[in-house]
Write a protein that binds this ligand. Structure first.
Ligand SMILES: Cc1cc2nc3c(=O)[nH]c(=O)nc-3n(C[C@H](O)[C@H](O)[C@H](O)COP(=O)(O)OP(=O)(O)OC[C@H]3O[C@@H](n4cnc5c(N)ncnc54)[C@H](O)[C@@H]3O)c2cc1C
Length: 506
């Protein structure tokens, strides 16, 4: 291929990763570049990625040009303002990781320093979530994507939110979009991967019916098996189960009871945690657990005993090893989605990593052959992204006071130095500094660290320029503003009914 432009891209796999990649590639590549997608109905997709982070809105709107209301209707979607964590640090605890700002920063010191001063002085200031629009709105099941008739300084001027959706419907919706833009779908099972003898690049995938599908660049979206990146190219995998010890999940949808909440719920259990994702037509549930501490039967029993409504299918078992590929782009194969690695669905980062991988690939799309310099940068950026998200996820497991054997082991585990430094810095000075373009910002770290009972010993000295009464007045004012904004938001269900109600199912 050296010396030639890339004219044929083959996406292997038609789960969320495959169709997201094919949709974006066909929309942005020069029209003479052919995009084909190979998938096997017989193998199927994992189909459990249902909760997202706000970045997906940019991907849908800017990278794909999708209409939001149509997309939400087509995927039985709902809106997500954050994640509620129950029983994590201690049984009975509840906190939210809401998307977006915490309070309002009046100057160089962030809002939480002002709140902390009052807290450490023994004042009854409520939790930090009372000063976070998304959290306060979630507590009243309200939602609004933002308002245009407010001053730009209003918290309603720009509301950070994401979606919950049915992953199977999402892949189907994107398939329609991608095929409409010219992606050719090839049904069937890949049984062999041909490598060029001279350099080990993939030249073609071979289907069970003998058809060869040739390509210049292959996007491996074949799921956990990593058909090209691992099985053919033997890239290697860095195992993180000593930090993220859960290795199994069991998932089941149940009947919806009541209106869908505008947030995902994550409830810690004896050896893992359970998700609850409200959709328009049903509620998605699953228990993520560590098989060294909980049997599959116990996991299924726990899950089924903690559903809102009647189970709508047989519980589905899933196995995984947390970690990442040693290279995400190897020769002419770029792994995207589960083929590239898997952490935890705890902060809904898998679909995010798919989006960023696709955008990075588009940004670095080679003109002539495969440029080793671009490949190196691609891998470096992706490792950076994975490693920082990993630290944020480990934080949830490490900062716990629960006393079951699983949680004791988590509490006592050795963590990466980078995370250790972040926890110590926050505990000693209430500071957090985002590294370059790492995904989770100060607002996320502050909410999760406080929620996991890491309370700083002190706060920024800049806050002491004001008297305690002045700080009290400022903090109370922020809370009143948030409360007023929440009252102006409609109920989540009312918003859906009005703008994007999906057709009834069944
Ligand atoms: C328990 C759990 C919960 C999760 N929850 C979330 C969440 O809430 N939010 C989130 O962002 N992410 C979540 N994820 C991750 C999310 O499900 C995946 O990132 C997402 O679905 C993408 O999967 P994929 O497309 O990479 O793989 P898959 O869905 O597994 O698709 C693989 C594709 O490859 C094809 N294929 C495989 N082998 C062959 C072959 N030999 N020939 C032809 N085709 C082949 C299959 O047919 C399929 O089309 C979760 C994952 C798990 C395990």
């Amino acid at each position: 291929m050296d010396g030639n432009s890339i004219r044929q891209v083959v996406v292997v796999g038609g789960g969320s990763a495959g169709w997201m990649a094919a949709s974006a590639l066909v929309r942005h590549l020069d029209r003479t570049c052919k995009v084909r997608l190979v998938e096997s109905d017989e193998i199927g997709i994992i189909g459990v990625g249902e909760a997202t982070v706000p970045h997906i809105r940019t991907f849908n709107a800017q990278a794909l040009g999708l209409d939001e209301a149509e997309f939400v209707r087509a995927t039985q979607g709902t809106f997500k303002l954050g994640i509620e964590f129950r029983d994590w640090a201690r049984i009975g605890d509840r906190y939210m990781h809401g998307f977006g700002m915490v309070g309002h920063d009046p100057g160089p010191a962030a809002f939480h320093h002002y709140w902390l001063r009052l807290l450490l002085a023994g004042q009854d200031v409520g939790d930090i979530g009372s000063y976070q629009l998304q959290t306060a709105a979630s507590r009243q099941d309200r939602f609004l994507p933002g308002a245009t008739d407010v001053p730009p300084t209003s918290p309603l001027a720009s509301v950070a939110y994401a979606y919950h959706f049915d992953a199977t419907l999402y892949a189907r919706y994107l398939r329609g979009f991608a095929e409409g833009q010219g992606v050719e779908r090839i049904e069937g099972r890949v049984v062999d991967v041909e490598l060029r003898p001279e350099d080990g690049f993939v030249s073609a995938v071979v289907m069970a019916n003998g058809r060869r599908v040739e390509g210049d660049l292959f996007v491996d979206c074949s799921g956990f098996r990593g058909l090209l990146i691992e099985q053919a190219l033997k890239t290697g995998y860095e195992d993180w189960s000593h930090w993220l010890p859960c290795d199994r999940a069991v998932a089941v949808p149940c009947a919806r009871v009541g209106d869908p909440t505008p947030y995902t719920r994550s409830t810690a259990r004896t050896a893992g945690w359970q998700w609850r994702i409200p959709l328009q037509h049903r509620t998605g549930n699953g228990l993520v657990y560590c098989s060294r501490f909980l049997s599959d039967d116990e996991a299924t029993t726990t899950l089924l005993a903690n559903l809102d409504g009647e189970a709508q299918a047989e519980p589905r078992p899933l196995r995984f090893v947390t970690g990442k590929r040693k290279q995400f782009w190897n020769r002419n194969v770029v792994a995207v989605g589960l083929a590239s690695g898997f952490m935890e669905p705890l902060e809904s980062t898998s679909l995010l990593l798919i989006q960023t991988a696709i955008l990075r690939l588009l940004d670095m799309f080679p003109r002539q052959g495969i440029d080793p310099g671009l490949v190196a940068r691609y891998n470096e950026r992706t490792h950076f992204e994975y490693d920082h998200i990993r630290d944020f996820l480990i934080l949830h497991y490490k900062a716990v006071e629960r006393d079951e054997p699983f949680w004791r082991e988590c509490r006592e585990m050795t963590i990466p130095d980078t995370l250790r430094a972040n926890i110590d810095l926050f505990r000693n000075s209430a500071r957090f500094y985002r590294d370059g373009e790492e995904f989770f910002a100060l607002q996320s770290w502050v909410q999760v660290m406080l929620g996991q009972r890491i309370v700083p010993k002190t706060y920024s000295p800049l806050v002491d320029r004001l008297s305690e009464a002045e700080v009290g007045a400022f903090v109370a004012n922020v809370r009143q503003t948030i409360d007023r904004c929440v009252q102006a938001m409609p109920k989540h269900q009312a918003f859906i009914e009005r703008h994007c109600r999906a057709p009834a199912v069944g």
